[in-house]
Design a protein around this ligand. Structure first.
Ligand code: ADP
Length: 478
């Protein structure tokens, strides 16, 4: 099982909804604590102003009264006994303690001994000698309690002021309940909106896929429109169109090969069929059978040559060659192998072949394929040579590349044919009488290019041709 669903939509949705859910929960928590802080800050502010009023009254009395006398204190603080402080258990209380003894207290407290500091200590301001508690009142109501210690006339004075916070707590609680509804609802609605946005954003991709799915081997010429409204898809469409172009070329080449092949095979097959029909019509003499079988034999030989060449083409097209399979190959060995096969043909026409290849000339490649590439060129050099002609083979290294030259003294190649001779099935009109398939040079070119090499031809029509193969030299460690 993977962490993310297999679709882009699923992944986007998961990322988006997880992120928004976490963000909303985080904002909810922050919001809740901020509201709580502000509510208590308002209560604390009111407690502080009352504390200031109480301590201010005590100091005023001290300045007016005589030293050591705290009797007037009660009178002055009693000024505070108005409104809620006069009503028993009203939720608003104060208490003044001198040297730890309850001296003055609001009538609302009823019992002067009632301890207002039983709850939890919220914070303590050491400098100001202030303590803030959340506690419980005589009515069991929640209280915010502020205690302030100071010295007056050499005596330790403690002033405690408390306020009922049931209402602010209720407000905080209602806000919390609202959040518990609002946050999940917000998560749900943002997720739905996210889903809708993702769906809409992926619509062009769906249209793109639909268009692609309609392209098959029968309509390979179709292209993805450049009018795509999404930039990323325009890039994809361009890449896809390039791939379609390559595919179309490969398909065209393949169907050309098949139609050429069937055309080339049709003639020899009808020749064989013709001979068989004639032989089967009536009893023939031994010489007639012999003659017909010889013709059939030579036709079959040229058919098998064609089939072998086509197999080579198909192997090359399927990309059998990868540089990973290459080994260091001695060029002289490839040429010697090719010469072994070509010499009898050359001797029949008195053509002399000279070859001077230094032993150290090597390339990275496949020995049998390189031999095949050289053999095709060599056999042409003999085939299209004049009787008693010359074929000269040489090889050298130049600027990190191995050059192999095969020169003949044959009929040569006209300037406008120089490129065409490497095309599949191309045969010059002058060569049509000779045996051949028109595939030899295209196979050689395919093999050399698969070895990251090049093949070119120089020719002097009527005087001869020279084929030059250029291949990368192997890297040598110093
Ligand atoms: P094939 O030899 O079977 O016809 P190739 O692909 O080997 O096919 O050669 C294609 C054509 O190139 C030949 O038909 C011929 O006209 C021309 N050609 C190739 N090599 C030579 C050469 N050495 N001299 C003259 N023409 C050549």
């Amino acid at each position: 099982m993977t962490l993310f669903p297999g679709s882009i939509k699923g992944r986007l949705f998961l990322w988006y909804s997880t992120f928004t859910a976490l963000l909303l929960v985080f904002l909810g928590i922050i919001g809740f604590y901020e509201v709580r802080r502000l509510t208590f800050a308002a209560v604390d502010q009111s407690l502080h102003s009352k504390m200031q009023l109480a301590t201010g009254l005590m100091h005023a009395e001290h300045e007016e009264g005589e030293e050591g006398n705290t009797g007037g204190l009660e009178v002055e603080i009693a000024e505070l006994v108005t409104g809620e402080y006069a009503i028993p258990r009203s939720g608003h209380y104060y208490k003044v303690m001198v040297e730890g003894w309850e001296t003055i207290y609001s009538p609302s407290l009823v019992d002067p001994k009632f301890n207002l500091e039983t709850g939890s200590l919220e914070f303590h301001d050491k400098e100001q000698q202030e303590w803030t508690y959340i506690s419980r009142g005589p009515n069991n109501e929640p209280l915010r309690v502020l205690r302030h210690d100071h010295r007056l006339l050499g005596k330790a004075i403690t002033v405690i002021i408390a306020e009922d916070i049931s209402l602010p707590l209720k407000r905080i609680e209602s806000f919390k309940i609202a959040l518990l509804f609002v946050v999940p609802l917000a998560i749900l609605s943002t997720s739905l909106i996210g889903m809708w946005i993702i769906n809409r954003s992926l619509q062009p991709l769906r249209r793109f896929c639909f268009k692609i799915s309609r392209i098959s081997s029968t309509n390979l010429s179709e292209r993805m429109g450049s009018d795509m409204d999404v930039q990323e898809l325009r890039v994809l469409a361009t890449a896809f169109n390039r791939m379609l172009e390559r595919l179309q070329k490969a398909f065209d080449a393949e169907s050309r090969l098949i139609s050429h092949a069937s055309h080339e095979l049709k003639t020899p097959i009808s020749v064989i069929k013709g001979h068989c029909d004639v032989l089967l019509q009536q009893e023939r003499s031994a010489e007639e059978y012999q003659e017909a079988l010889n013709s059939i034999n030579s036709v079959v030989t040229s058919m098998s040559r064609l089939i072998n060449d086509m197999l080579s083409v198909a192997r090359l097209d399927s990309g059998i060659l990868t540089p990973a399979d290459f080994k260091e190959v001695q060029v002289r060995n490839c040429i010697d192998d090719a010469l072994k096969m070509i010499r009898p043909m050359a001797e029949r026409r008195d053509i002399s072949i000279t070859s001077s290849i230094p032993e150290e000339i090597r390339v990275m490649g496949d020995r049998s394929l390189l031999t095949e590439a050289i053999l095709n060129i060599l056999s042409n050099a003999v085939k299209y040579n004049k009787d008693k002609g010359i074929v000269d083979i040489s090889a050298w290294e130049k600027e990190g590349r191995i050059q192999i030259s095969i020169r003949d003294t044959g009929m040569g190649i006209s300037a406008d044919e120089k490129d065409k001779i490497f095309e599949r099935f191309y045969r010059s009109s002058a060569a049509l009488l000779d045996e051949g398939t028109g595939l030899g040079l295209s196979i050689s070119k395919g093999i050399i290019e698969a070895h990251r090499g090049e093949i070119r031809v120089e020719s002097n029509p009527g005087a001869g041709s020279r084929f030059i193969l250029s291949l990368p030299a192997p890297h040598r460690s110093a």
